[in-house]
Each structure stands twice: as structure tokens, then as C-alpha cells.
Design a protein around this ligand. Structure first.
Ligand SMILES: [Fe+2]
Length: 299
């Protein structure tokens, strides 16, 4: 048992775990408490951490294998597993990726083996805004009508890198623009729309906003209409959680159970975050320690 405290971030999902200091090694039991809270609550917040790039990567690696981002211009110089998100310029040059993911999406849903989790470490907090929005895709699936669940059960969505609602490369809500070489590495891939969570087994709507551009065996206009209907449903305010960052805050989220969106801020209001993304693994199907009975929130 750990001595951590647990405070819900909202009535539906998300939890803040108090008493964690990632600058010190985590005992196995301590990490298991954190991991269980992560799968039970989908969004995990650890406030006011003060850690090095190596400590951040070591923490992320406990969840699974980190995967450096395809946008390699802004990898952290000390560790390529960290992607720097920033609007700060140095000598007129950007120091990080700006305006990344300002639309509802799931990280790496354009890869055959997508992201299990993403973690952000807040380094420079803007004066105004910069929140991350999350939408609970497990609850959104549960609330679908029986007819809609039956309709989407066999359906497989076609994904590729990008934002299906904005492909204007000059827009601030387009997916971060790739070079031709980076685009060449991005094939079409498919994922079930009603996707069993690889660890918990709970069915979730999967990436119905963002990288989903079509449905296998369905005319494009019909597929687009269905995906838009599901996205409108699953991003309603009642499924959302707004996360506000303080200095040093770390948030960790479950990509298989959520959509998320960055929010745009004044480009002159300095903001820097470090990001690590961890992939799913074939071991996801068997994680009995994680699937043990849940702890009581607040204990
Ligand atoms: Fe993202």
C-alpha cells in the first residue's frame, strides 16, 4: 500500500494523486498504485514535480515503451523520447512544436500500434489558458443507443495522420504539418470504431474525431456522416474534463479511453511542455495486477 492521496478531477473521470515525488525512485508497489489509478480514472495528475529529462523518461517507461514523435525537429536534446511543445522562440527560431493537437483526437491513432498513454510535463505555464480538454469515450460509448452500438460493432475506421476537419496547413487547428519525408512514412491503417480497451476490456469509441477519414466498405460521404455524428456525440460537454496546469504539473492520459484537445493561447504568452508518448504492447491483453478490484477514490 502507498501513502498517496487521491482527489477526483471531475465527477466522471480523472484523478489527482498526491504525495508522489518523481525525483525519487518509485517502489514497485507505489508505481502499481499509480498505474491502477491511471486505468481506473483515465486521466492522472501529479502536481508540482521537479524532475530531469531522464527522470521523466524513466517514469513514462514504467507504463510501456516510449515512441519518439514523427516530428523529430523538436526532440529534446538530452532524450529523443521527449517532444518539446513550445511557442517560445530563441534567436527568431522556434524552440518547440506550437499549437499541437488543437482539435479532439487520439495520439498515434494513425499508427497500427497506437499510443497507450501520453504524458505532458508543464515547464512554463502561460498567463492565460493553455488547458487540455479530455472527452471520456468509454462513457460516450456506453450512452449510445442499442441500435447504434449494433450498427458500429462490425465497423472498422480508416486512419491516417491528420485532422479530418481541417487540412489547411496554414490553420492553427490543422494537425502539425509533416515534411514530405515524414508523410512518406505514414500509411493508411485501420482500427475498430467500437474498440475494446486493450487492458481493461471496456468498449470505447476510438478516435472518431481526428485521424479517422473513412470506414472500410462504406462510401466516403456516408462514412464521414457517421464519424461526424459519433464525434459530435462523444465530445459533448457532459463527457469533458478541462485540465489546468500549474508549474511542474504532470498529466498522464489513457489514449484508448479518451479523446483530447489542446486549447489555443496567445502566441506571445510563453508556454512550454515536455511530452512523451508510450505505445500499446502485445502484453496489454494480460495485466491481472491492473485489473484487480479498484480502490475507493479518496482513500
Ligand atoms: Fe495529442
Amino acid at each position: 500500500m502507498s501513502s498517496y492521496s487521491y482527489t477526483p478531477l471531475s465527477s466522471g473521470f480523472g484523478i489527482e494523486v498526491g504525495g508522489v515525488d518523481l525525483s525519487k525512485p518509485l517502489a514497485d508497489g507505489e508505481f502499481q498504485s499509480i498505474e491502477r489509478a491511471f486505468y481506473d480514472h483515465q486521466v492522472l495528475a501529479l502536481r508540482a514535480q521537479d524532475i530531469t529529462p531522464a527522470q521523466f523518461v524513466a517514469f513514462a517507461r514504467r507504463f510501456g515503451p516510449p515512441q519518439p514523435h514523427v516530428i523529430d525537429q523538436f526532440h529534446h536534446p538530452e532524450d529523443s523520447n521527449i517532444l518539446i511543445l513550445s511557442n517560445v522562440k530563441k534567436d527568431g527560431q522556434p524552440t518547440g512544436l506550437q499549437d499541437a493537437g488543437s482539435y479532439f483526437h487520439t495520439d498515434y491513432s494513425y499508427l497500427a500500434v497506437p499510443a497507450r498513454m501520453t504524458t505532458l510535463y508543464s515547464r512554463v505555464v502561460p498567463k492565460v489558458g493553455g488547458d487540455t480538454l479530455f472527452a471520456n469515450q468509454q462513457a460516450a460509448y456506453d450512452d449510445l443507443s442499442a441500435a447504434m452500438k449494433q450498427r458500429i460493432a462490425p465497423l472498422v475506421a480508416i486512419h491516417h495522420y491528420g485532422n479530418r476537419n481541417d487540412q489547411d496547413e496554414q490553420s492553427r487547428t490543422v494537425a502539425s504539418v509533416l515534411t514530405e519525408e515524414q508523410k512518406a512514412k505514414m500509411p493508411l491503417i485501420t482500427h475498430r470504431i467500437a474498440r475494446p480497451h486493450p487492458v481493461t476490456g471496456r468498449t470505447c469509441l476510438y478516435a472518431v474525431s481526428g485521424s479517422s477519414f473513412g470506414i472500410v466498405g462504406m462510401p466516403d460521404d456516408e462514412a464521414r456522416e457517421l464519424l461526424d455524428e459519433l464525434a459530435a456525440h462523444s465530445t459533448q460537454a457532459k463527457y469533458q474534463l478541462r485540465f489546468k496546469y500549474g508549474p511542474g504539473d504532470i498529466v498522464v492520459w489513457d489514449n484508448a479511453a479518451l479523446l483530447h484537445s489542446a486549447t489555443l493561447i496567445d502566441p506571445n504568452d510563453a508556454r512550454t511542455l515536455w511530452r512523451i508518448t508510450v505505445l500499446e504492447t502485445s502484453a496489454d491483453a494480460v495485466a491481472p495486477d491492473v485489473l484487480a478490484p479498484t480502490f475507493a477514490t479518496g482513500m
